[in-house]
Write a protein that binds this ligand. Sequence first.
Ligand code: FAS
Ligand code: PHB
Length: 388
Amino acid sequence: MRTQVVIIGGGPSGLLLSQLLHRDGIDTVMLERQSREYVLSRIRAGVLENGTVEMLRQAGVADRLDAESFVHSGTYLSARNQGFRIDFDALIGRSVTVYGQTEVTRDLYAARDAMDGKIIHGVEAVTLHDLKTEAPFVTYTKDGTEHRIDCDYVAGCDGFHGVSRKAIPASILKEVERVYPFGWLGVLSETKPVSEELIYAHHERGFALCSMRNDSLSRYYIQAPVDDPIEKWSDDAFWDELKRRIPEDAADRLETGPSIEKSIAPLRSFVAEPMRWGRLFLVGDAAHIVPPTGAKGLNLAVSDVYYLWSGLREAYQGDAATLDQYSDRALARVWKAIRFSWWFTTLMHRFPEQSEFDRRIQEAELDVLETSKAAQTVLAENYVGLPY
Ligand code: FAS
Ligand code: PHB
């Protein structure tokens, strides 16, 4: 088989890239390890930056988003069970969109099907070959049979645990990481959201976040030990702990109910450089991971897709200059999001070893955020999304 671009990974990065390239007449084949049902069963991001919404519109997959999403012109922060609002719209004239990553992925799969996109699920042993030549190829097995796809380029959209990043020689690849000493215990429940906007809560017992997917589907998180067995957390134990950490008025009106999804996710900041090696381009979680505090993971994947899509379409028109800048352009924006996500995580969470001084500094910084328009403006610019 031959194609122009082989895309490894059928998450949001791979799907959006294949849709944009296909609409430009560039042929792709996508290889996905899991079944479509498994990919669509993942509960992940919830907040979309302006740039992400515009890219989904560019890809022709924003109709349901436009009909069903929420636009949030601000968010709440709280300290010591007292909340205050950061008004994005008043501060910077922009907002964010709340629409689950699962729905984005569903819309992208539907669009790929409508264009008869080539997606192969259930692949194994994906291996990248001759990446430093002008004739790279990818091999994989499916149902015990080995296949080969010759191509011009390979997009590694296969997430943190994929194979693409590992195809870059250790002598070339530089990885930097910070692992946080806690995780997020997340619950999805068919309950009315406790607030019309998100609430990020700092509390001496630990961080909590109130989010949602729609008017009757809520998403909540509490900071928890990353090695806690999920069985330790009954629904009642989760709700009781959430109430202790969020603003008093929210705790009083919180609607609880059975969890329909409950899991603990680790938190890390991670960047792999460069994001290109020969004809291989790393995209999204394959190249970088952020703690979800700043709602940047999915949104960073989309800006990577923008930079790679721009480069590939120009390369196929005869000008490879933009493509040659891919890694530097993507990393410049990645590191600003890494910084914001690290800052917001460090501000809002209770660190096991932190001193009384550290805790008072956190409270002082929250006091500054509550009263300083300048401080709120910096948070708003980063949260809503820095320019591409
Ligand atoms: P993905 O990991 O989504 O997709 C990679 C795909 O490649 C997967 O489908 C995988 O099956 C496939 N794959 C892997 N290895 C392969 C191989 N060898 N061959 C073929 N296919 C292979 N971000 C936020 O902004 N907000 C959040 O609240 C948030 N919560 C998260 C919670 C969890 C538990 C996790 C893990 C991530 C969360 N994220 C969040 C980040 C997440 O949304 C990612 O940023 C986003 O999924 C990135 O998309 P992709 O780069 O496409 O990677
Ligand atoms: C979510 O709704 O899942 C969500 C929202 C904002 C975050 C993290 C997760 O910062």
